[in-house]
Design a protein around this ligand. Structure first.
Ligand code: HDL
Ligand code: ZN
Length: 413
């Protein structure tokens, strides 16, 4: 029997505890149109785009020929008029609309467009971060995205609530393609990693980090990440460039494993899928590099348990968030229970992966609802065993799960 006082205490503390959103696709407002917000951006979110095709079955070419506003209309009609918005992403639109003041009992696309803003002013950003109770937002910064790097020189003067991470998927997974791009930027590298390539790749990472001051370095992989990796350039770049760079810079490497890209290319960003991967390379990396720290998130539900067990073996391994296809109420609850039961409150409970500013609202409301449910259950068991569960210990644990574990892991001052 849950003690109502305990349930309301946990709910209040979880609600009051700010979150440090350690993985998003948001950008500082000074980076212009890269920071997405507003109704049309929200309805063009790739999760909703892919779900809408299951309803309207429009030819891909016809859909992509539409304007952003027209695509938003098609998505709205499919997911909010012709069917019920019960999916994670569709119901999220209703939640954020309600939080922003819409009458959701008669919500229209027009009302949504009038209530949300397409312009991310400082006030609008603060309003949404306050609603979501998020204090910091970690961006995903791609050194090979020229539209984005055009802003990098000014990074130091940008909104301090937005922090950088260095996302090096293209270096790790498409080195033969980026080698000539790097050579064109003055780095003496070649596709076979001969000559000064390794030293120059290290200089490239140092130059990127000097510009954006990343809190971590990240790359994603499908199920092809092996370690030691003898074939292809990724193994050498990882061992001889990235790991020493992270160790000497004192920042973790984030491995995001299980994303199989462009399974349906016609869906663009919505065309990626999931694949079950092997956790053993993660264990071997943690074992061989005890002075490196590894943030790890895996995309397949089937990998979650082995990742948690690996985190029991290696304290330089920090599982984080419930990523993308496992960021659903059902799987977030399953994963959070698994982690609490095997790790205690020593992991990063969630990240939003927000692509649109207003996503912060529903993704963190969801995260708080699920964490509250799970923590009430766990604290109730403790209390039933006679252990004192005070507001102080609940607040300490939730602060760790929402920010402290991450900040400590990345050496946040
Ligand atoms: O690779 C990633 O960081 C993923 O999060 C992808 O960006 C994915 O498209 C996404 O937005 N997931 O939420
Ligand atoms: Zn992401």
């Amino acid at each position: 029997m849950v003690n109502e006082d305990l349930a309301s205490l946990v709910a209040r503390v979880v609600s009051e505890t700010p979150a440090f959103d350690m993985h998003t696709h948001l950008y500082a407002p000074e980076m212009g149109s890269l920071l997405l917000c507003g109704a049309d951006a929200a309805l063009n979110f790739h999760y909703l785009v892919s779900e809408s095709f299951r309803v309207h079955h429009m030819p891909y070419r016809k859909f992509w020929a539409l304007s952003k506003a027209q695509r938003a209309e098609v998505v709205w009609n499919a997911l909010f008029r012709d069917t019920s918005p019960v999916s994670e992403a569709a119901s999220g639109v209703i939640e954020m609309a309600r939080a922003m003041g819409c009458d959701t009992d008669r919500l229209t696309l027009t009302a949504l467009r009038e209530t949300l803003s397409d312009v991310p002013t400082a006030e609008y950003i603060s309003r949404i971060m306050n609603l979501a109770n998020v204090t910091h937002i970690v961006m995903t910064n791609d050194p090979f995205d020229d539209q984005e790097t055009a802003f990098w020189q000014a990074m130091d003067t940008m909104d301090k609530r937005f922090l950088a991470s260095l996302r090096i998927d293209r270096l790790m997974n498409q080195y033969s393609t980026v080698a000539p791009v790097l050579a064109g930027k003055g780095y003496d590298v070649d596709p076979s990693l001969s000559g000064r390539s390794i030293a120059e790749l290290r200089r490239f990472l140092e130059d990127c980090a000097d510009a954006v001051h990343p809190v971590y370095v990240a790359f994603s992989a499908a199920d092809d990440l092996t370690y030691p990796e003898e074939t292809g350039p990724r193994g050498r770049i990882l061992r001889e460039v990235v790991l020493p760079f992270c160790r000497e810079r004192g920042i973790p490497l984030s491995l995001m494993i299980g994303a199989r890209r462009r399974v349906n290319p016609a869906l663009h960003d919505a065309g990626d899928s999931v694949v079950q991967a092997d956790v053993r390379p993660v264990e071997s990396l943690c074992a061989d590099y005890p002075d490196n720290r590894f943030l790890v998130s895996m995309l397949a539900r089937e990998n979650q348990h082995a990742l948690v067990v690996a985190a029991r073996k290696f304290h330089n391994l920090m599982p984080f968030g419930c990523w993308w296809f496992v960021n659903t109420d059902t799987l977030v609850e399953e994963i959070t229970r698994m982690r609490l039961e095997l790790l205690g409150p020593t992991f990063v409970a969630q990240h939003s992966d927000a692509r649109v500013l207003e996503h912060l609202i529903y993704k963190w409301q969801r995260a708080r609802r699920v964490l509250t449910r799970v923590l009430v259950d766990k604290y109730q068991s403790l209390q039933d065993s006679g252990w004192p569960v005070t507001e102080e210990v609940v607040r300490r644990d939730v602060e760790r799960l929402f920010s402290g574990n991450f900040k400590q892991f990345v050496g946040w001052a």
